[in-house]
Design a protein around this ligand. Structure first.
Ligand SMILES: Nc1ncnc2c1ncn2[C@@H]1O[C@H](COP(=O)(O)OP(=O)(O)OP(=O)(O)O)[C@@H](O)[C@H]1O
Ligand SMILES: [Mg+2]
Length: 243
């Protein structure tokens, strides 16, 4: 088969803001189900995640997720890729859980009835049917993060991007959400500073200064990244802190 559709395909992606290159020449194509994105603070990980999710249009290059051109096809992008940020409050728009879960489904063009069904089915799947009319601001941070995750899973995307979503959560909550993610069919792109959490992944990208420094099997890239970070950390001057 010529040019089979890859799960994730970026071709020469660049992003320039105010004359500054935030992302440069990012190309990769993979069918890996577990992809890690490693990199220091300010290296461009979140920006890359927003580009892959279709939330940020690159200045150049092409982005395809499961065959969808996420830059041009907004509705298609919603079914192809979901993104979970570190802070659920940057994601949540609506006052109640039910409304929050319904929003993306409406955007996808589902009928009113299908939206209602999908929302209640998703809440039931997590034993949270009672949350339908709950006020989101009364939930804890971990519970709000679960609301965001349920909103993404309701849309059943092919790929879920995790931008350090467990950083503010306690160990049991983080483990619970990890189990939820492991039980889904979606492929994961997991952004993290900590290579130890992703050593068993299939593929990893190390982003440095908005470009790919190294990519390959996660165990290998993770080790190279950690060694480099330890060497940097052993020095006293932080004058070259990325950004
Ligand atoms: N909209 C924007 N306008 C101007 N600069 C931006 C914009 N978005 C990101 N940047 C800059 O791009 C660089 C990369 O930012 P990004 O948030 O992607 O880094 P990161 O790798 O996610 O960092 P961290 O690990 O701290 O979350 C930073 O220097 C940031 O200031
Ligand atoms: Mg970030």
């Amino acid at each position: 088969m010529a040019n089979p559709v890859k799960l994730l395909a970026l071709d020469a992606v660049g992003l320039r803001i105010d004359g500054r290159d935030i992302l440069r020449g990012i190309s990769f194509a993979t069918d890996a189900r577990r992809i890690a994105v490693l990199g220091r603070n300010g290296s461009g990980k979140t920006t890359l995640a927003r580009v892959i999710a279709g939330l940020q249009t690159p200045s150049e290059g092409a982005v395809q997720v499961a065959g969808v051109d996420v830059t041009r096809d907004r509705r298609g992008a919603l079914g192809a890729v979901g993104i979970l940020f570190q802070n659920p409050d940057h994601q949540i728009i609506f006052p109640t859980v039910g409304e929050e879960l319904a929003f993306g489904l409406k955007q996808m063009g589902l009928s009113k009835r299908a939206v209602v069904e999908r929302v209640s089915e998703t809440l039931s799947r997590f034993g949270k049917a009672a949350w339908h009319d709950a006020a989101i601001h009364q939930l804890s941070q971990g519970q709000r993060q679960l609301v965001c995750l349920m909103a993404i899973l309701a849309m059943a995307p092919e790929v879920i991007i995790l931008d350090e979503p467990f950083a503010g959560l306690d160990i049991p909550t983080a483990m619970h959400l990890t189990r939820v993610l492991d039980s889904t069919d979606a492929a994961l792109v997991h952004i993290t500073h900590d290579p130890r959490t992703v050593l068993d992944y299939d593929h990893a990208l190390w982003i440095e200064g908005g470009a790919i420094e190294v990519q390959g099997p996660a165990a290998q890239v993770g080790k190279t990244f950690e060694d480099a970070m330890r060497q940097l950390g052993a020095r006293d001057d932080l004058t070259d802190l990325a950004g």
